[in-house]
Design a binder for this molecule. Structure first.
Ligand code: ZN
Length: 514
């Protein structure tokens, strides 16, 4: 459908509504560009002015999204039976716009401001408390943030049949419920814990020393760019830069920015970050951002869990596989001036599939990562419920690490003070990391059933069929379906953690000679 056809066939209230939402999202994309610049090229002295610019854009965007006219037009669209016909794009778009509008209008401005102010203070307190490993210094700020976050959840409203935590979760994984997630997580958690204990006790750790060889950053960057181009990242519609914390910003149609980070002595970590962000970027480049749905919810991503499934797929399912390295190892050698010429394919693949229980989530490997996430999910849910008090958090944290990962937490800096999330009220976000892995594994099994020679293709450096599958089954749908529906439509099965367990068994056991 062309824009002209739209104007001829769609009613005026729908055209005006999508026009207003499109304008708001255009202004939002200006904010994203400023945010990207702040993390990459902005001189340090630009900080205070950038803060004012960002706050102004955020306020104006919020005003545009919550304008009374948007509410009027939404009601008009909702009572238009043609637009609301089951299964149509307009119905899906209107439902998503309603959800966004209600969310944005339910929170009182005073609470939004208090959350922002207290969150920024608490983040500062957390930084100092973490440096001194002093949980008691952070506890009052965390208590305050939890109170405010609970108030926020109450304003947003408990979804039908759910709990207070679900109101928070819904912001990141719409329609998900903690109880459902728990049903998938709990069995996976127990199986993973046994799996990791078995590998630790009986496996022979792979050789990893060579992954710390010094490779000049410029060479790593050239290698990363070559990999991204082969995976299908469109450099005429995107770029790759560096930042302290890697991220992907899908700024607008034709403009997707990735960042990564390099350390001379850790090329594997840099490549993993680059491929992870590339997965986010390929999703952004595949969303229907231009055309009739530009700037409307249908052009957006479904959920953080689905977004993360795309990044994890390219980082882990592709990037730690033998076929990928059959192609990438010679390419790396070429870019690294032969620095890995004594390393054979077997040795390389094993080093990419380690399993070492550790204390820090962001440094953990593929199998242990999910346990870090599930521990946080359980604890933050209990904190919101009121089953766990802030003063008991360190003890509960340490006990979980002992029980599930078999490690002793020596201090709170390497324990419950390690993540920034809770300090500014980011609660309900953690489970989306593991949901991403679970979605990715389930999609991966279906992809391999449908593209039967995918391994052979990857070994030749061909990723086009894989990307086309993702474009067709995930990317092009934008927010048309919920995450669960999308996954079921693509795989024909309800969400299950079994594919992830099978994947880890297949990958990690051979690396440990089991
Ligand atoms: Zn990610």
């Amino acid at each position: 459908m062309t824009a002209t056809a739209d104007a001829n066939t769609l009613p005026a209230h729908y055209i005006e509504l999508t026009g207003l939402i499109r304008e708001a999202s255009t202004l939002g994309s200006v904010g994203s560009l400023l945010g990207w610049d702040q993390e990459t090229y902005m001189p340090p002295a630009g900080g205070p002015a950038r803060g004012e610019q960002a706050a102004l854009i955020a306020r104006l965007t919020h005003e545009m999204h919550t304008a009374p006219r948007v509410g009027e037009l939404l009601s008009a669209c909702e009572s238009d039976a043609d637009l609301m016909q089951e299964g149509t794009e307009s119905a899906a778009n209107i439902r998503a716009m309603r959800r966004d509008y209600d969310k944005a209008t339910r929170l009182p401005g005073s609470l939004v401001a208090e959350l922002a102010r207290t969150g920024s203070e608490a983040q500062d307190i957390w930084k100092h408390a973490r440096a001194k490993s002093d949980f008691s210094a952070f506890a009052p700020a965390l208590t305050k943030m939890l109170d405010l976050t609970r108030r926020k959840a109450e304003c947003l409203g408990i979804p039908e049949g759910g709990e207070l935590y679900d109101a928070l979760l819904d912001e990141y994984e719409p329609d998900a419920r903690a109880a459902q997630i728990e049903q998938v997580f709990l069995p996976l958690r127990d199986r993973l814990s046994v799996f990791i204990a078995d590998i630790t006790a009986n496996g022979t750790p792979p050789r990893v020393d060579f992954t710390r060889r010094a490779i000049p950053v410029g060479r790593q960057h050239a290698f990363g760019q070559a990999v991204l181009a082969a995976l299908g990242f469109d450099f005429s519609a995107g770029r790759l830069d560096t930042s302290t914390h890697p991220f992907c910003s899908g700024i607008s149609a034709g403009d997707t920015r990735l960042t990564t980070r390099y350390a001379e002595d850790n090329f594997a970590d840099a490549l993993s970050s680059t491929m992870h962000e590339c997965g986010h970027g390929l999703y952004e480049q595949g969303l229907p951002k231009s055309g009739p749905h530009a700037g409307t919810p249908l052009a957006g991503s479904v959920s953080l869990g689905i977004h993360e499934s795309q990044s994890r797929m390219w980082e882990n399912f592709v990037g730690r596989s033998r076929p990928f390295w059959a192609w990438a190892l010679p390419l790396a050698n070429q870019h690294f001036d032969g620095a890995l010429s004594d390393i054979d394919l077997d040795t390389m693949v094993r080093a990419m599939n380690t399993c070492t229980p550790s204390l820090i989530r962001v440094e953990s490997d593929e199998p242990t990562y999910n346990l870090h996430v599930m521990i946080r999910f359980g604890l933050e849910r209990s904190l919101i419920k009121g089953d766990l008090s802030v003063k008991d958090l360190p003890g509960a944290w340490n006990e979980q690490y002992r029980k599930l990962l078999g490690v002793e937490v020596p201090d709170d800096r390497r324990g419950c003070l390690q993540d920034v999330h809770w300090s500014f009220g980011l609660i309900g976000y953690f489970p989306t990391y593991s949901l991403g892995n679970i979605y990715a594994a389930q999609l991966w099994e279906t992809i391999n059933e449908q593209i039967t020679d995918l391994d052979a293709q990857m070994a030749r450096g061909e990723f086009g069929a894989l990307l086309s599958w993702l474009r067709e089954n995930i990317h092009r749908h934008g927010r048309r379906y919920s995450a669960q529906e999308l996954c079921e439509r693509a795989t024909g099965k309800p969400l299950s953690a079994d594919p992830l367990m099978r994947h880890l068994e297949r990958r990690v056991k051979p690396a440990y000679g089991l």
